[in-house]
Design a binder for this molecule. Structure first.
Ligand SMILES: Nc1ncnc2c1ncn2[C@@H]1O[C@H](COP(=O)(O)OP(=O)(O)OP(=O)(O)O)[C@@H](O)[C@H]1O
Length: 640
């Protein structure tokens, strides 16, 4: 019979070691169970219970009100770190629990050599083997759904340089990160729900570099941050309307090309700026009362620049300045987190551009997710511990539960007016159509009656159509009397003929008068010619004086001698003769006419002082009689 003795155990050291290991494992388990019973630990769950654990966390958030959800992601050891023989200083105990120690080794179960370190509990912890999809679905998918409902959401990555923030947010082509997966998810959700409303997606991408805000998609001048109703906005930031995931991807790539990255000792492609991708989803739908429900949800996806020690990066001036700015903004973020956790009234958001941008996400009505990225390497112990410390603090920040940014838009007045107008126009149109149909019917009947009337052998009597007024025609009534319209037409024609005849007569008269005027003008000029000849002859006889006088009186005598003759003939004078304008008369009158007319000896028959009247009264007077005023009365003397 074999008895187990100390010597036996000594003789088999391997078995002894195994037994000790088992005992230590049991002790560790016991210790964790005790911790859990004391409330400082959550129960250890296996990987397959991961989802249930996350659900319970979400439930806890609902019970405790809204708070920032904090997740931790450990990246794999980098090739460089492995080559340098770096050890791992963090261990994920379960989906939500992580512990770290400076001298942690797999065999140091009693933690005898642990100097620094600690246990941390978060909403979820992702090991270095966690996929991008696992990270997205656990941390961000809920937020995307909330954004679709009009609630704001923010996801930001926090951690030291080279800890894996950009990998988590942007990822690679093969392994797209949270930003890309969120956009994809958003568009697929919009596609499936497009039947119940209109979704509009706007996108902007900016960076905060050395405390200046810049547009990453269309870079230009630095932007100014302003606070308005929607919160903090970068004035002048381009908002792109995005229609598809591919379009967003192209914009993201474009933006990332413009982002400031520099190789540092810690990271070959270190982000030197904080990048903020904002996606605004607007959603419009009509409710049962036909009111328009307008929801606006904003999703901010932020990849922060890494906190770093000066030694970790280059010592060059620009890099150190960048590093100082990054650290300053992250310090401002830490101050805000502290103030929020401590419930202070004043939160120093204004200390940096980054905290200004995160104001809504940290202290406003927003669903906020923080992903703390850490390196497992012992070389980054300080940074990792620092990150976990702030992540642990951040989870205590309470935010206001976001209500949906929902507006009930009344149907615009113009719309109701338009509807009213359309109804009125439709009504009017209907009435007009009825009227038109009636008119057409009437016209057809009248045509038929007209044809019948013309073909009728006996013409109707005058009384027959006079007794029937046109308005008395009823379209549906059987026609008993002949329609008045039929018989009114010849009468109108007759009247027209009469008018035409009158016009014709008048026209002929006008023509006759015009030809008479022409004839009179001819006579007139002939007579003037004759008189001129007589005067010439006389002047030749009676010398120069007489000639001059005769020439002066020439025109006067000529006119006066003509007019009485015309009047005496009893012929028609042109109407224009009577209606000569005074202006024309004045023009025609010569200086001598006026002088003679104004002479006191010249008296007209009708009181008017015109030369023609004087001459008319003396038809036989010689032109020479007018040489002197008053000669008109001495008739006939001169010829003797
Ligand atoms: N989960 C991961 N799986 C695989 N590789 C990773 C993971 N996380 C990070 N990396 C790799 O680690 C390196 C550094 O990561 P990343 O550039 O994302 O760091 P960072 O925190 O953004 O740094 P910085 O703040 O300097 O920009 C990259 O080469 C990246 O591919």
């Amino acid at each position: 019979m074999t008895v187990s003795t100390r010597s036996n155990s000594k003789s088999n050291p391997n078995r002894q070691q195994q037994g000790l290991k088992e005992k230590l494992k049991a002790l560790t388990l016991l210790y964790e169970q005790q911790k859990f019973q004391n409330g400082s630990f959550k129960p250890h769950q296996q990987q397959e219970n991961h989802r249930e654990n996350l659900k319970s966390n979400a439930v806890a958030r609902d019970k405790n009100g809204n708070r920032i959800m904090v997740f931790v992601r450990v990246r794999p050891l980098a090739k460089k770190e492995k080559e340098a023989g770096s050890r791992c200083c963090v261990k994920i105990v379960n989906s939500s629990h992580i512990y770290m120690t400076e001298f942690a080794t797999p065999n140091d179960y009693l933690r005898l050599k642990r100097v620094r370190g600690g246990h941390f509990t978060f909403d979820a912890c992702f090991s270095d083997s966690a996929t991008q999809h696992q990270v997205y679905s656990t941390s961000t998918s809920e937020l995307v759904e909330a954004v679709m409902q009009g609630k704001n959401g923010t996801v930001f990555c926090y951690g030291a340089t080279g800890a894996g923030k950009t990998y988590t947010m942007l990822g690679t082509v093969e392994n797209p990160g949270v930003m890309v997966l969120a956009i994809k998810d958003l568009f697929s959700k919009i596609r499936t729900r497009s039947y119940d409303g209109n979704h509009v997606v706007h996108l902007s991408y900016l960076e905060v570099y050395n405390e200046t805000v810049r547009d990453l998609i269309s870079p230009g001048r630095p932007l100014v941050l302003r606070e308005d109703k929607q919160g903090i906005v970068a004035a002048g930031l381009t908002q792109y309307r995005a229609y598809s995931t591919d379009e967003v991807m192209a914009l993201l790539q474009q933006g990332n090309r413009n982002r400031t990255t520099e190789p540092t000792r810690a990271n070959e492609t270190s982000s030197r700026s904080h990048a903020v991708l904002q996606v605004v989803v607007e959603y419009r739908v009509r409710d049962a009362a036909m009111n328009i429900i307008h929801k606006v949800g904003k999703l901010s996806l932020i990849d922060l620049a890494g906190s770093e020690r000066a030694l970790a990066t280059d010592q060059r001036t620009l890099r150190s300045l960048e590093g100082a700015n990054i650290n300053r903004s992250l310090l401002a973020l830490s101050s805000c987190i502290n103030a929020l956790v401590e419930g202070k009234k004043h939160i120093p958001y204004r200390n940096s551009k980054l905290t200004q941008l995160l104001k809504d996400s940290l202290g406003g009505t927003c669903n906020t997710v923080m992903i703390a990225n850490i390196s497992p390497s012992i070389l980054s112990f300080g940074e990792t511990q620092n990150t976990l410390h702030w992540a642990d603090r951040a989870k205590e920040i309470r935010t206001k539960a976001p209500d949906a940014n929902e507006d009930l838009l009344p149907v615009p007045k113009t719309e109701t007016d338009q509807a009213q107008l359309i109804l009125e126009l439709q009504n009017e149109n209907r009435q007009l159509r009825i009227q038109l149909a009636r008119q057409k019917q009437m016209l057809l009947k009248l045509k038929a009656q007209s044809l019948a009337a013309y073909s009728s052998p006996t013409p109707p009597s005058a009384s027959s159509f006079l007794s029937t007024p046109p308005t008395s025609i009823q379209p549906n009534e059987k026609q008993r009397t002949r329609p008045s319209v039929t018989y009114l037409t010849p009468k109108t024609e007759k009247k027209g003929e009469e008018i035409a005849f009158t016009v014709g007569t008048l026209y002929q008269k006008v023509k006759a008068l015009e030809s008479e005027i022409v004839r009179m003008k001819k006579d007139h000029s002939l007579m003037i010619k004759q008189k001129d000849d007589v005067i010439r002859e006389l002047s030749q006889k009676s010398g120069k004086k007489v000639t001059a006088a005769a020439e002066m009186g020439n025109r006067v005598v000529t006119r006066s001698s003509i007019r009485p003759k015309v009047e005496n003939t009893g012929e028609l004078r042109s109407p224009s003769h009577r209606f000569h304008s005074p202006l024309q008369m004045a023009k025609k009158r010569s200086f001598w006419d006026i002088t003679a007319a104004n002479s006191p000896s010249v008296t007209a028959l009708n009181g008017r002082k015109t030369r023609s009247h004087i001459i008319t009264s003396e038809p036989t007077a010689h032109p020479s009689m007018l040489l002197k005023p008053g000669f008109a009365k001495e008739k006939g003397n001169i010829w003797k």
